[in-house]
Design a protein around this ligand. Structure first.
Ligand code: HAM
Length: 431
């Protein structure tokens, strides 16, 4: 047999990484709870047609597509939004709005593997269905800020734009949807020259080309000044003006909420996915030029899937990239498992050590007993290496007083505690 490896683009998570993944997952779940998002679990495999409908060329061409044994065209989900929109268009059709839905799991894209780019990766996904109001968009931005902060990231920036600005101009210029989509794909890749050429070739006015040239250069962190500039530049294109006003309203709400997120407004910003109709955004850290999360407003997808007209806005966070960013920012995150190592000081105390471990487990505290016959120092080193929280050292002298020594492995502090107080001490983290 050959020495097997994981398939290209796929990874194993060893305990330490799996632990970090769980840590962020827990934060994502807590954010869902705090903002009122209920979890839905949808299948990893969906019909190709559903997933491809509005994914955009970039994502569409990178889907894992195959035929099942029944000859159906199916694919591994490259994201959650299409699945959640399907649910809202069908089973959840009559559910009162707003509907706030959360998902967490793996998604698949045939991307070129490199740092931060994998073929199987994890997303936490939040969709707010039924509201077309700027407070909905603000909520999705704030929720993303909450998750980034709760994960322990020190510095991150939101890049915010609005699809309605460019699309508003294109519509007024009579540019067909298909052409608009290709142009937006180019914009997403920052190939502005190519995009402009396409627009010009499609026969738009010279005024339009001028405006687009100016727009793609407008960006900065003085957000309300930038928005004013955008408004001046797009004058005469009514839909684009309303889009800028909508962006202004969203940003104003963020400021009024007191949320101190760093925002850069970028007028030439586009995203690869084709369903967006309004505000779009991505989150970046200085260490990385790829996004840690992205989302935006998509008001037509649910109707396209046969549902009621339902405005919607959402976001997905790239958990693998958040993990990488945390490592690069050397963020101090507590991923120590709340677990205890029980170490008898000598042979004759093994039974006592087992007894203490039973007491802990009965109180719902994970406990392992030293089973390799190692000396206390070696066993302590091992527990520390494995990032356990506490060690309990069972010694003769202390036992006579019905006590044991408990050591906080992170703080390297130790004290003697009566066995009857042990559970209370660990649960209350009084050491
Ligand atoms: P997206 O921007 O395609 O949006 O993906 C969201 C996040 O997934 C990215 O910002 C990135 O962190 C992560 N990601 C994407 N590709 C990879 C990869 N190859 N390896 C690791 N991480 C990756 C969406 O998926 C939309 N469904 C977001 C949304 C929800 N819009 C509205 N609702």
């Amino acid at each position: 047999m050959p020495a097997f490896k994981t398939v290209r683009g796929m990874r194993d998570f060893l305990p330490e990484e799996a632990n970090m993944l769980k840590f962020i997952e827990n934060k994502a779940r807590r954010v869902a709870e705090l903002y009122g998002y209920k979890e839905v679990v949808t299948p990893v495999v969906e019909s190709y047609e559903l997933l491809a409908a509005k994914a955009g060329e970039e994502v569409r061409s990178r889907m894992f597509v195959f035929k099942d044994l029944g000859g159906r065209d199916i694919a591994l989900r490259p994201e959650f939004t299409a699945s959640v929109a399907r649910l809202v268009a069908t089973t959840l059709r009559t559910e009162p709005k707003p509907l706030r839905l959360f998902s967490f799991g793996t998604v698949y894209r045939y991307d070129e593997p490199q740092k931060g780019r994998y073929r199987e990766f994890w997303q936490s996904n939040y969709e707010l269905m039924g509201s077309n109001k700027p407070e909905g968009d603000a909520e999705i931005l704030m929720l993303t800020d909450s998750l980034m902060e709760a994960s322990g990231l020190k510095k991150y920036v939101f890049k915010v734009g609005h699809v309605g600005v460019l699309r508003g101009i294109f519509v007024q210029e009579g540019l067909e949807d298909t052409v608009q989509n290709v142009v937006m794909q180019r914009m997403d890749k920052k190939e502005y020259e190519v995009a402009l050429k396409m627009v010009r070739d499609a026969g738009v006015s010279e005024n339009c080309v001028n405006i687009l040239q100016k727009l793609v250069k407008i960006k900065g962190s003085e957000i309300f000044e930038i928005v004013e500039k955008m408004k001046t530049v797009v004058k005469g294109y009514d839909k684009a003006v309303s889009a800028v006003e909508n962006l202004n309203a969203i940003l104003k709400l963020i400021v009024e909420s007191g949320c101190k997120m760093d925002v850069v407004v970028d007028a030439g910003f586009a995203r690869g996915l084709e369903y967006y109709t309004g505000m779009i955004f991505e989150v970046y850290v200085p260490e990385f030029d790829i996004a840690l999360g992205g989302g935006g407003r998509y008001d037509q997808l649910i109707e396209l899937f046969g549902g009621e007209p339902t405005p919607a806005v959402g976001v997905a966070h790239g958990i693998d990239r958040i993990m990488l960013a945390l490592q690069m920012q050397k963020a101090e995150i507590e991923t120590r498992e709340k677990s205890v190592m029980v170490i008898p000081i000598k042979e004759e105390l093994k039974g006592e050590a087992l007894k203490v471990s039973r007491l802990l487990r009965e109180a719902d505290i994970p406990a392992e007993v030293e089973v390799m016959g190692r000396k206390v120092t070696a066993a302590l080193e091992d527990a520390n290496r494995r990032r356990m929280s506490y060690a309990i050292i069972v010694g003769e002298k202390e036992l006579k007083e019905n006590a044991v020594a408990i050591r906080n492995l992170a703080k390297r502090e130790q004290k003697i505690v009566k066995i009857e107080k042990l559970v209370e001490t660990i649960k209350g983290q009084n050491v």
